[in-house]
Design a protein around this ligand. Sequence first.
Ligand code: BDR
Ligand code: CA
Length: 314
Amino acid sequence: PTRLILDVDTGIDDALAILYALKAPNVVIEGITTIFGNVDVEQATENTLRLLSLAQPGYEIPVAVGAGTALAKKTAGYATGVHGENGIGGVELASSNQQPVQETAAEFIVRIAKENPGEIVLVTLAHLTNLSQALELEPNLKNLLKKVVVMGGTVFRPGNKTPVAEANIWGDPEAADHVFTSGLPLTMVGLDVTQKTVITREHLNLLQRQGREENREIIAFMEESLSHYFKFYQEVNYFIESAPLHDPLALMVALQPDLVTTRQMKVRVECKGEHTAGMVVADLRPQPKVGEFIEVAVEVDTERAVGVFLSAFI
Ligand code: BDR
Ligand code: CA
């Protein structure tokens, strides 16, 4: 099985990614680390714990609390406009009995990686602050983690937070630049591919008709939270009830890399620009000089990706 740590700011699409990881075949979730982003870190943690107890009652996956603010930026801009005040589209989930572990997110990532060298795949679905802090704690992390898949950034498409910045990178550009230049074995799954991977009302109807009986409650959760997400996206740039599967796609790529085509690029993250902070600057010149090489997802087999997602619940 693939052994995962998920780093999340739960969030509607984070929630879908977590549910997918719980239901996908051949996956072990070693732990989940939380961070500010869509909501503050306390709410992200609460949402994560509640979702886990809805989907896996009586079975505890360790949850470690991470950063509440960015490395340098003092104010955190949450995305409650997109994800609702509570981050999960206003859905009220029952509270959980589980407590987070004592370690911080960064400590947790470092310990699990050290205990299982070359085994762990880390999937980050939010700002890169926790991972940047983990690199500070353990500079050798790049040789301990099997792979890191980052949902974030964009190279060929416009940003979603600013004209050029995607939200996960924009919220802590210093952390993102640290991570991207650290030598970690990294794949960036950004808006170039996630915006093309869209779930629609029709897909939801299919899940309701064909979802396995044991998944009834989580499909109801998806329906309720996605209805909120659809409303947001309908106003922004889609005309039908639909929304991009940002975080689930990154998770699926971690498990099934051939869902996307990647291209090696040297990248840096702009940290200062008045209009460009949070931009992923890819050196696409024939002889790139700026930044370190990472894999950037540039194409996606959209239909197959959505099919893979849905099939985990059917
Ligand atoms: C990313 O930003 C967050 O709002 C989503 O959960 C996703 O991780 C998309 O830009
Ligand atoms: Ca997220």
